[in-house]
Design a protein around this ligand. Sequence first.
Ligand SMILES: Cc1cc2nc3c(=O)[nH]c(=O)nc-3n(C[C@H](O)[C@H](O)[C@H](O)COP(=O)(O)OP(=O)(O)OC[C@H]3O[C@@H](n4cnc5c(N)ncnc54)[C@H](O)[C@@H]3O)c2cc1C
Length: 399
Amino acid sequence: MTTPATPQPGAPVDPYRAYNFKLLINGITNGHFTEVSGLEVTIARRAYREAGNDRIRAVPCQVDYAPVTLHFGLTSSRELWDWVQAAARGTVNRRNVSVVLLDAAEASARCAAEGVLGATYTPHCAVVHPAKLVRGLARAVERRGVTIHERTQVTVIRAGAAVTAHGTVRAPVVVRATEGYTPGLPGQRRAIAPVYSLMVATEPLPAQTWDRIGLAERETFSDHRHVIIYGQRTADGRLAFGGRGAPYHFGSRVSPAYDREPAVFRALRRVLGELFPVLGPEVPVSHTWGGPLGVARDWSASVGLDRATGLGWAGGYVGDGVGTSNLAGRTLADLIRGVDSGLTTLPWVNHRSPKWEPEPLRWLAVNAGLKVMFSADAAEARKGRPSRRAAAFSRLLGH
Ligand SMILES: Cc1cc2nc3c(=O)[nH]c(=O)nc-3n(C[C@H](O)[C@H](O)[C@H](O)COP(=O)(O)OP(=O)(O)OC[C@H]3O[C@@H](n4cnc5c(N)ncnc54)[C@H](O)[C@@H]3O)c2cc1C
């Protein structure tokens, strides 16, 4: 059992803190859990053709529910406790239960964005300052005797060598970890598509504004629109807010100039104001920046090592590489040392994604996809139901 959270000035009081999946049994007994898995329903389909009609339709048939598992719970209900204990001892007593996600009021208590209908929440999410992370990592490897050569472009990677304008570095293993910049290397033009993500940050916001917005525990947030947006409250009290939506550049070109798209910054500022009207008509943006993400053709990140050539790789994280690149690094360390571990048997190890289409198809597909997703978001906002064009295009793009 945890003790109730101590109310902080301006912070919402949440006696269950991170226990945000509510379990209701027959609507009476309840408990709260931090994690839930298995909320899946599989509906088999069967081909069906009406007499006199050539069209074959798929009709739903058997419905299978996956086992639902709740982790880390607390309850004040004796009845729920006894039920769980009895099940643990092997006495199965089936009940009808409901797993409830955050409702609109609970979701708004965490993040009071405009029009919130509900939310899922995971307490296992951390915020990091990426520049501090990179500097810390650099210091850590330098302490271990590594020399880092910044501003040294590798022009060719081949077995046993990384070639630069200043000389060739030779090593038994060469790892390509160049993410969105990968197409610039010979032979890699179609390996990864660079897709840009751009961000804005507000001036530090006053305490009264934060009282209205929430994010009291510096929760990160996103919604389920197709053109992804994401945000967080920074340590110094700013709202850092980003999103996709910048164009893909022909030939997978990458340039520092593409990190700055005034139209995208304007759109981010507008969306931020729509989500949090308390920021006023002129959202006080003080910083703007961006950079390329790496997207594989099947949207699957991978890490691997070809033992025959000593060439290794890691990447294709789309926009989730901060944690994943750490996992990739630890996995590569085991692969390179020849250690069989829990990491080296993960499904993404040595996964080979297909290549992207040659240009101009790649340019057409990625930019058309962007347009479709923008229009699908607008249609969903208007009609209040999922857009079929977004689902169809996502399948086409392998997402
Ligand atoms: C605006 C923005 C917001 C993001 N937000 C998040 C987030 O909230 N959470 C999250 O998990 N991820 C986020 N990401 C994605 C995350 O930053 C990346 O997934 C992550 O940085 C990938 O790490 P990496 O080391 O593989 O590649 P990168 O960080 O892209 O580093 C690649 C490095 O390789 C160098 N390089 C490339 N080519 C060459 C060459 N030929 N020779 C020498 N050096 C070369 C580059 O200079 C660069 O330093 C965001 C990205 C952007 C742009």
